[in-house]
Ligand binder design. Structure first.
Ligand SMILES: CC(C)(COP(=O)(O)OP(=O)(O)OC[C@H]1O[C@@H](n2cnc3c(N)ncnc32)[C@H](O)[C@@H]1OP(=O)(O)O)[C@@H](O)C(=O)NCCC(=O)NCCS
Length: 211
């Protein structure tokens, strides 16, 4: 299995913000699969991808409580597209850890038909690079450490965090864009993004699951 791009795993070892920015250089897009801003026309495909990847349980995740009713962070809703079709998605959200601003990453999903081609890594690298370019300093997520460790995420950085809801601490991971941004971070993680004026209408399938 050949990844489309090598994964930069030493981003977290950057000694300065400028160095991290350099390491987080956006990958050149593959001719067939491109990472781009999510568009309105991607929303239905994105929801199908997430349903397929996580099932109905995705709405019960503790991280969903930090997303519900909020807008994602500006410029940080990404779609991987093959032609017109969205085959991967990742979004990031504003949170506050005590008085520190941060981002929460997720959900990340790639269509089963396109896995192990490096699409997840392309989405992650573009997301991290864009977050750094926009001046964000730290990212947290709940996910599989064996996957996210390759991008520099680690559970040691989230030890002091008070997560809203049940979480497996080994899956609560942090990434410092600016070295030290999560050092000594304590306190409750709270949603801090702009509120949606009106909740998105659920699909009939989502209504049935939520009932
Ligand atoms: C996780 C996911 C986004 C990875 O996307 P992808 O495009 O296949 O990822 P990449 O091609 O960059 O990397 C693939 C590699 O990651 C590994 N990998 C995938 N999921 C993994 C996981 N949960 N834990 C550890 N390794 C994982 C694959 O085995 C593969 O390894 P290989 O290169 O040695 O074959 C995708 O598998 C997916 O959508 N899964 C379902 C949803 C999900 O679990 N999302 C992540 C939240 S924890």
């Amino acid at each position: 299995m050949t990844a489309l791009f090598p994964v930069v795993s030493d981003i977290a070892r950057a000694q300065s913000f400028a160095q991290a920015n350099a390491l987080l250089r956006a990958p050149a897009n593959d001719a067939a699969i491109r990472i781009d801003d999510e568009r309105d026309s991607d929303v239905a495909a994105r929801e199908r991808l997430l349903d397929a990847a996580f099932g109905a349980a995705r709405f019960a995740k503790s991280s969903e409580a930090l997303r519900a009713g909020r807008l994602p962070a500006a410029g940080l809703s990404l779609a991987a597209r093959e032609g017109a079709e969205a085959i991967g998605t990742v979004r990031l959200w504003h949170v506050r850890i005590g008085d520190r601003p941060a981002l929460m990453l997720g959900p990340l999903a790639v269509a089963a038909s396109h896995r192990s081609l490096g699409v997840g890594a392309m989405l992650m690298r573009e997301a991290l690079w864009r977050a750094a370019q926009r001046g964000h300093k730290a990212i947290v997520l709940v996910g599989d450490a064996p996957y996210y460790a390759r991008f520099g995420f680690e559970a040691a950085l989230t030890k002091g965090l008070d997560w809203p809801g049940e979480v497996d601490r080994a899956r609560l991971l942090g990434f410092e864009i600016e070295p030290g941004a999560l050092t000594g971070a304590t306190g409750r993680v709270e949603a801090s993004g702009a509120k949606l004026l009106r909740r998105m209408k659920r699909t009939p399938a989502q209504e049935r699951r939520a009932a």
